[in-house]
Every structure is written in structure tokens, then in C-alpha cells.
Design a protein around this ligand. Sequence first.
Ligand code: ZN
Length: 419
Amino acid sequence: MSSILLHDIGRLVTPLSQHKDDSARPLLTIERAAVWLENGAFKQVGTSADLLHSVPSNIERISAGGKMMLPGFVDCHAHPLFIGNRAHEFFLRNRGASYQEIAAAGGGIHATAERIARACEHHIVREALPRFERSLEFGVTTIEVKSGYGLTWEGELKLLHSMRELKPLLPQRMSRTFLVHVVPSSWQDRRKLFVESVIEEMIPEVAGRRMADCIDVFCEEGAFTVDESRRILRAAQDERLDVTIHANQFGHSGGALLAAELGARSADHLEYLNDDEIAALLQAEVPAVALPACVFFMGTIPYPPLRKMIDAGLRVALATDMNLGTAMTESIPFCMTAAAIYGKMSANELLWAVTLDPARILNLDAVTGSIEAGKSADFSLWNLPELETLPYFFGHAVAEEVWVAGEHVFESQAVVHRY
Ligand SMILES: [Zn+2]
């Protein structure tokens, strides 16, 4: 039985699951805090003075050196399984190159799918591991992992198998999603057949072999129509899988309304969102996932109307959308900075949006997302004095220490000074 008292935490800041009315996004802040960890979970949370007095003296004591403690971040929308990078394409796109020009220069999603087709699972896992390590540095203790760059069933299976191979290698908790991304180039003239194969073959196999917890569809012009997305996601719901949608990224695609109609676990992107669409999501109690790093990196689409969405009462989570085409970052703190600037989100709203709200979306809020007795001891320590300084010192916020399920899994090597 492992038991540790972590004391001398300068400031502990966390949302709480049991707040009756959490619409104001209240946070618990404890100065000079301590946590008692036992068997990977928080056993007790309080002040250092109280816990140093009450916890039995034979329990190992570790000082946090005055650092700030936050709950482990939950990145609920990420695409970390791919080969190589598309930096060349980034510069082409910045110069206004068209989709066709980028494809001709060897870029785009179909080029990535070809690389997946040629790679073995070990290669995919080897390439992905450093991305998870960087994610950990940014304080992420739970991460959603989407397939979606394989496109064909063979390619997608390779990614789903890679998830299985990765799981025991990762310190983070993983949530798996099968993404139906776009029609593969080899099926372009058999589009209807491809949708049928997704419904009749892929989804039953994903469900039957428990290869993913959720099915996601890219519902957008150039990807899947609303009708196709509806059929795919209903098939997933028939198999008792959660569903989510890449919705309204490039226009009012109907994806947000479909997410409301189906009661999806979330509607993600939402760069184009009008009052009716906000009302539909609110009515259906479907939370939004905003991906501000993607908006920043693309430079051509608007930020979602975050202030308006939140003021209307919509729950909004923030995620990286980490992917090699449109958001090559693992940084949740950067997403917080962008949402603070472009979404006018408060520090309280930002912390909820990267911890307890995304944990609820992934159905993991009973386990993680806040620092509370009984939950898994997933947290990060920061050499920062208060929550507001995390999105403020943008671009270099790296956690000092990260713990997952009571295990110390990351320690920064950075030379730092106290602010
Ligand atoms: Zn995405």
C-alpha cells in the first residue's frame, strides 16, 4: 500500500464535482495546501498545517517546495497518430496555396494516409510516443486519441491496434475514438459503398472488439454530409458507443444541429455558430469543444464565439486538436491563452474547460478532472504563483512535475526562476 503526504503546496486550485450550481465555474483555492495520496488516489485534501498534524507520522512526507498544484489537464480532442510532419505544407498554405496545389506538392490528408499505409504499427507507435511525452510536459494526464489518418479500414485498423500497443507504454490515461475522417482516395467513385462499409463492417467490429469508446465523424463540405454522418453515428449509437462530431469548422455545415439531434457527447470546432445552433446545443445539453490552437495555426477561420456560447449557458471545453495539418501542438496552456484573448474567458472558466468539463465529456469525471478525495491522484505542479499566470506567460508554460494515479511520471529539467 503506497501512501504519501505531499505538503508545502504554495496554492492548490481545483474545480469540485459536487458544486450544486457550477454555472459560475467556482474554484476551490487552498493556500499552503497538502494532499494525502494513497493507492494512487487522493485520500485527503486540506491545508499543510492540518494534514501535517493529522496524517500518521509513519507516512512518507514530500515537500512540493511551494509550487502551485492544478488537476491534471484532460485533452479531449487530439489526433496524435500519424507519420512525419507537414511543415512544408504549412508554409505553402500561409502563402495562399490551394488544396490542389498542396496535394500536388505531396501534402494533405491523403498523403498522410499513404504514409500510414506503408508503415507498420511499431513505426506509428515510435513516432507517437514523443508527442505523448510533450503532452505530459504541458500537464496533460488524460488524452483522447483519435484514429482517422488511415482512412481505409486497413489503415484505420493499424491505428486502432497502435492505440492498444501504446496504452501500456503511456503514463497518461487514454480515451480512444474511431474517427471517420474523409472518403479514402481509392473509394472516391464508390462513396456510397464506403459509407455502407463503415456502417456494416467497421463500426460493428470496433464495437465488438472494443477498439474504441466513441465514434467521431468529420461533418463538413468535402468530408461527410449531414445525412451520411447521421447514418454513421446512429449505427454507432445502436452499438452503444458514444458519438461526437467535427462540426461547423468551415461553415454552418449542419454538424452542430446534428450533434444536438443525436445527443452527442460533444460538438467540436464550432468556428461558425449562430444563435439557433447555440440554442439547439443548449437545449440538448450537448457541450462544445473549442480548438483555438487550430484556429490560430490555420489563420483563415474565425475563433468560435466563446463568450457568447458561455454566456448563453453552454459548457465549453478546450482541447489541442493536436494534428500534423492544422494544429501541430500538444500545449493545453497555449489553448488557454488563445481562449483568454479571443474568447474573453476568465481564469476560472479556463481551468474548468481543461479539467472537469472535458473529463465529463469523456465520461471520466468520476475518476479524474479535479483534486478531490476518492479521485485518481492526477495533478501537475507549476513554478507559478497563481492560476492567472499560467495563460499569461504564454508559449513557455511547462509543468514542473506531473503525477498520474499517484505516480510521479514527469519532472522538468528546465532552468527556472520564481516569478
Ligand atoms: Zn480534430
